[in-house]
Design a protein around this ligand. Structure first.
Ligand SMILES: *Cc1c(COP(=O)(O)O)cnc(C)c1O
Length: 483
């Protein structure tokens, strides 16, 4: 399989060429040259394989179609090392929880939560990041190279990256977070890591200051080359690919036969998670609808309703109680639009480079392609507010005795608006409630359940350096750590 850029650069690249990279050199995102097509026989085989041998075996089959520059035995070993019951909490890895949704009035619509948040940091990002950690270590060892990962986080990404990279050969992580602004649990999760290769840096400022520092360091090309700076952000193709697997696993659990269809609802921010659903659907997985759920930051909902994609300024990006979906633009969205406009790189570049830079928006409402969004690609959308979130958390707890987190609540709220008789609906559970305890208390008047392994985490010793929002100070700390 070769990879190309969404902005027209068709220089063929292999999986491991793009694994350690961010954007393509022309500023686009990497995608496979084509989506492998899964015929009925293969889907039947995978259903059996998943039932008998589990998630890691299924992951190996799917990844093999996209990765031909890692020997099969090695790739299999990497999948088996990653997707264990020990790391992900259950032998099923991504089990479905069935909620019969009384509010729909339709007894025939099965309603499920797919548990993706039982990994080390209790958010779905572990599903991809744990694999990425093992892939990075493997490839760096093969090349005899080192990598220093620099990132900015407001919560879930940073902790998932640190738990994936801790103790890995050849890798250091420098993670910037806004000092005092993450939830107490998230801070405890990250700062209690004692691994020598993990460096937590709390910046006296807000998340944007952290991101600006990451950009400034990455734009310092001499520094970047000297210290081999890399990233693990959500545009990384390997992360997206890893996420494709759980759409198949969810489908097999919710259906009896490959003639059945399911729909997925995905709490969305940067469009990475639901883009993996799009890839699964393009491969031929029988997905009816892909429902994009947003919070008050409704950039994506606006596009899917109107055809207008309008990025927000920092002044109109809201801080919400589902903070991992607080985005001003959706960094993976370009991948879908590239497919939507018939994989026309010049057109994609005109939209994402020229129109967005000039006007901060583009409009496909009058374009024939936009009609395909629903008909051919199955996308629909909806949004949720703080009040909806509270009401949904209360309702699901009262009716089903299940406590859901704020992001998953946005998904459930929007999923209920898109149920089709006879088509099972699967809402992806993107985090556990313990990560967002304040809103759970507001909704339910009680503390969220806490998995036993996190008992007392807030009291553990911490390893974190507090620095002013100053690029030079961060570079100095990095240089010292690399000595
Ligand atoms: C990252 C995250 C999301 C958004 O996922 P995208 O891939 O950016 O769309 C939703 N919920 C939680 C809990 C997250 O951590």
């Amino acid at each position: 399989m070769n990879y190309l850029s969404t902005r027209g650069d068709t220089t063929p690249r292999k999986f491991c060429d793009i694994l350690l990279e961010g954007l393509a050199p022309d500023g686009g995102l990497y995608l496979p040259a084509r989506y492998p097509q899964i015929d009925a026989a293969t889907l039947g085989h995978w259903r059996q394989l998943h039932a008998q041998h589990g998630y890691a075996a299924l992951a190996f089959e799917i990844l093999s179609l996209y990765i031909d520059d890692i020997p099969a035995a090695d790739l299999k070993a990497l999948c088996e090392k990653t997707y264990t019951a020990e790391v992900f909490g259950t032998p099923e890895t991504v089990p479905l929880k069935k909620l019969r949704d009384a509010s729909t009035g339709s007894a025939r619509t099965d309603f499920y939560l797919q548990a993706l948040s039982n990994g080390p940091t209790l958010a779905f990002k572990d599903m991809a990041m744990q694999l990425l950690g093992n892939l990075f270590e493997y490839e760096l060892q093969r090349r005899g190279e080192q990598l220093n990962i620099l990132g900015a986080t407001s919560g879930d990404t940073g902790s998932a990256a640190e738990y994936a990279m801790r103790g890995k050969q050849g890798i250091r992580v420098f993670m910037l977070s806004p000092h005092g602004r993450m939830s107490a649990f998230q801070q405890a999760q990250m700062f209690s890591l004692m691994d020598a290769n993990i460096h937590n840096i709390a910046i006296e400022g807000v998340f944007d200051d952290c991101q600006d520092i990451v950009k400034a360091v990455s734009n310092d090309l001499a520094f970047k080359r000297r210290y081999k700076i890399g990233t693990v952000n959500s545009i990384n193709w390997a992360r997206l690919l890893a996420q494709v697997v759980y759409y198949f696993a969810g489908y097999f659990q919710a259906t009896q036969s490959n003639d059945d269809k399911v729909s997925f609802t995905v709490p969305s921010g940067n469009f990475g998670n639901v883009c993996a659903g799009h890839v699964a659907r393009q491969m031929g997985l029988p997905i009816d609808q892909l429902v994009v759920a947003t919070n008050e930051n409704d950039v994506l909902d606006e596009f899917f309703r109107t055809g207008v994609y309008r990025v927000r300024g920092s002044a109109d990006t809201h801080e919400t109680s589902s903070p991992s979906m607080d985005i001003s633009k959706a960094s993976n969205f370009e991948r879908f639009v590239f497919d939507l406009v018939g994989r026309d790189g010049a057109r994609t570049k005109a939209l994402f480079h020229d129109a967005l830079a000039k006007d901060g928006r583009f409009d496909l409402s009058g374009d024939a392609a936009f009609a395909q969004v629903h008909q051919r690609y199955g996308f629909v959308s909806g949004k949720s507010t703080h009040a909806d979130r509270l009401a949904t958390i209360r309702d699901v707890f009262a009716k089903h005795g299940v406590m859901i987190d704020t992001h998953t609540a946005d998904g459930v709220k929007v999923a209920r608006e898109h149920l089709q008789p006879g088509v099972p609906m699967i809402v992806l559970e993107t985090a556990l409630p313990i990560k967002f305890a304040a809103t759970i208390r507001e909704a339910l008047g009680r503390d969220p359940e806490r998995p036993a392994k996190f008992d007392g985490i807030e009291g553990l010793p911490r390893r974190v350096r507090v620095l002013p929002a100053d690029v030079a100070r961060v570079q100095q700390l990095m240089a010292e750590a690399c000595r």
